[in-house]
Design a protein around this ligand. Structure first.
Ligand code: CUA
Length: 331
C-alpha cells in the first residue's frame, strides 16, 4: 500500500478530504491577496519615495485630506475582510460539525504513542484503519499530558487534553497511508509520536473488520483478553463497558433498565437533558459522563444525594471509553 507523500502545490500536502480542498482554496486566496497588497503598498511606497524625493528649492503643498481616497481605503478592506470571515466561517463550520451518521473511533494519546479503539472492540496502536468515503469521528482523550492529533493530508488538527474528550472528524477520499503527527510538545519523544491513517477500499475494510491483516498494515490488532494464551474474540466496546460497570461496582447504584436505584439509571441517559440539583440543566454527552465518574460531586442530578465516590485514578482512558460507549448504547 502506497504512502501518500505527494504535494498538492504551494508546498501543501495532498488533498485527502473535501475539507482539505476547501481549506487550500482559502489559504491560496489569502496568500495571493497578501502578495497583491504587498506589491501595491511597498511598490507604491518605493515609487513615491523616488518620484517625490527632496529636491533643491521644493516647497510642499499644504494638503488637508481627500475624502474619496479615504472612503476607498475604508470600504474596500471592510468588504474584503467580511468576505474572508464568511468564507473562513464556512470552512470552519464544515471542519467542526461531524455528520450525525459518522462512524466513531476512540483515540488515546499517551507518551509517546497513539492508540485507537473501534466500536467492535478491536484496538490498534500507531495505525488508524478507516474506510474510504465514510465520515469518521474521532473521540480523543489523553492518558497523561497535552497532545495534539494532526493529519496534514486531511487538514484536520485537534488538541488532545487530559481530563476531557475532544473530537475531530474527516471523510477520507484518497486510499493508502497518511501521516499523523503529534503537534503539541509533550516530552522527550514528542517528535516520534507518529501514526498512520490507513484508508481502505470497501472490500479491504470488510476483510480487516473480519480480522484479516491488510496489505501495508503492520496489523497490531489487539483483542480484549486472552484465556490460557489463546486470544478471545474481541467483544464490542459497549460489551467491554458493561463488564467494567459490573467489575467496578457501578451496577450497585445504577441500573441499565430505567429503574431507579441509589443513582440515576443509564438507560436513555446519553444525549438527554439532565436536571441538576441547582436547577440548571446539562446535556449528557461524553464529557458529562466522564466528569460524573471522575468528579461525581461536580454535577449532582436533581433528586439524588451526592454520595458517589470518585473514580479518579481507578479508571484508565481505554476503560472510560468502553464505559461511555456502553452508556451511549443504552438508548
Ligand atoms: Cu504527544 Cu507531542
Amino acid at each position: 500500500m502506497f504512502f501518500n507523500e505527494a504535494y498538492a502545490g504551494n508546498g501543501l500536502p495532498i488533498q485527502g478530504t473535501d475539507v482539505a480542498v476547501m481549506w487550500d482554496s482559502l489559504y491560496n486566496f489569502l496568500l495571493w491577496l497578501s502578495v497583491f497588497f504587498f506589491i501595491l503598498v511597498v511598490g507604491g511606497m518605493i515609487y513615491l519615495a523616488v518620484r517625490y524625493r527632496k529636491r533643491e528649492g521644493d516647497k510642499s503643498k499644504y494638503i488637508t485630506g481627500n475624502h474619496l481616497i479615504e472612503a476607498i481605503w475604508t470600504i474596500v478592506p471592510t468588504i474584503l475582510l467580511l468576505g474572508i470571515f464568511a468564507w473562513g466561517y464556512q470552512v470552519y463550520s464544515k471542519m467542526v460539525h461531524a455528520p450525525s451518521d459518522a462512524m466513531e473511533i476512540r483515540v488515546i494519546g499517551k507518551q509517546w504513542l497513539w492508540q485507537f479503539q473501534y466500536e467492535d472492540g478491536k484496538s490498534t496502536i500507531g495505525e488508524l484503519y478507516v474506510p474510504i468515503n465514510k465520515p469518521v469521528k474521532l473521540i480523543m482523550s489523553s492518558e497523561d499530558v497535552l497532545h495534539s492529533f494532526f493529519i496534514p493530508n486531511f487538514r484536520v488538527k485537534q488538541d488532545v487534553v487530559p481530563g476531557m474528550y475532544s473530537s475531530v472528524w474527516f471523510e477520507a477520499k484518497v486510499p493508502g497511508q497518511h501521516q499523523v503527527f503529534c503537534t503539541e510538545y509533550c516530552g522527550f519523544s514528542h517528535s516520534g509520536m507518529l501514526a498512520k491513517v490507513i484508508v481502505l477500499q470497501p472490500d479491504e475494510w470488510a476483510a480487516w473488520k473480519k480480522g484479516k491483516s491488510v496489505a501495508g498494515g503492520i496489523g497490531t490488532v489487539g483483542v480484549s483478553g486472552t484465556q490460557g494464551g489463546a486470544p478471545l474474540a474481541a467483544e464490542s466496546l459497549p460489551a467491554q463497558g458493561k463488564k467494567l460497570t459490573e467489575a467496578k461496582g457501578c451496577v450497585a447504584c445504577h441500573s441499565d433498565d430505567g429503574s431507579t436505584k441509589i443513582g440515576p439509571t443509564y438507560k436513555g441517559l446519553f444525549g438527554s437533558k439532565v436536571e441538576l440539583q441547582d436547577g440548571s440543566t446539562v446535556v449528557a454527552d461524553e464529557n458529562y459522563i466522564r466528569e460524573s465518574i471522575m468528579k461525581p460531586q461536580a454535577k449532582v442530578v436533581k433528586g439524588f444525594n451526592p454520595v458517589m465516590p470518585t473514580f479518579q485514578g481507578l479508571v484508565s482512558e481505554s476503560e472510560m471509553n468502553a464505559i461511555v460507549a456502553y452508556i451511549k448504547s443504552l438508548k
